[in-house]
Design a protein. Sequence first.
Length: 351
Amino acid sequence: MDCSRSTYLGMGEGAIAPRLALLGLDEDAKASSDLLQERVIRPEIDGIVDEFLGWLSGIDQFRRMVAENSTTERMAATQKLYLLSLGVDFDTCKYFEDRMLIGEIHQRMGIPQSLYQCAIRRLQEVLIAAIPEDMKADPASFHELISFILRITALDMSLAVESYCNSRVSGLQESLQTQRDESERWRELSHKDSLTNLYNHSFSRVSLEQALEQSSADGQPLCVMMADIDYFKQVNDTYGHLAGDRVLRIMASRMHSVARSGDEVGRYGGEEFLFILKNTDLDTGREVAERVRAHVNGDTIQISGAAVKVTVSIGIAQAGPNETVNSLIERADTALYAAKSAGRNCVFVPD
């Protein structure tokens, strides 16, 4: 018995027998299923459907849904298919799947469970009223058939309601995940510089403040590097600001690619970039800076058909006792200007 879809819907083969046992739907009930189809549903199906849909058409909520989702003729055809399968092979995966799909469809269409449950109750009454007179004359058979109608419709309703709830919960979970993803995307965007995709000025300062607090708490060294693209104004003046933007993106990508795991790189402003080097002293910071400088200054950049050599100057400062974000950045800036004064395309580390 293939129950793959039933399992996907949360009602695998192992769950069928316990559900049927709860409702007293055993092998003996199959005889009642045959009677219901042969003596009640098939001979009277048109009348049963007309009466049932007639009752539904008196409900404003139902009329609006029919207008939005279907036609009366389609509803009648669907209801006939449902009735002709009611109780038929009720112990199979397919029967369970079909009933659970009803709940999924109701959930997608926005049919409230209160309306569905009331409709099932009305359908029970219509089916019981359609039992032929000769069967009513036999009290035992009559009551057994009524009992089966109540039990089989209760099974259908339990499966549809369960599936409806599962589908709704799944939809809510997907919606929540979408909202989380969207929130994360906006959070990420609020931290990133739109041009270079590095951390922006504001987030870099917040991150540096946190790094300073951590460095002070655990006693580990902390360095910052300020890197500045040399003669960047000439690039803008000669080739235009769009070319300048391209240089910024390329240089940012090169800096980020050579950064160590745990290093944070941000665009601090204009053509200046801030590196936060955790657990790093000045000697190690110098090595990192030289590696960054060599990698960034490696290949030329093609701008308007010209091969342009772009270099950076870098200044380093190590955090000291009672250091603040402003004081540490100011000292790294001072080192950067010293590198510029020393001829550019170099690293300056203060004594």
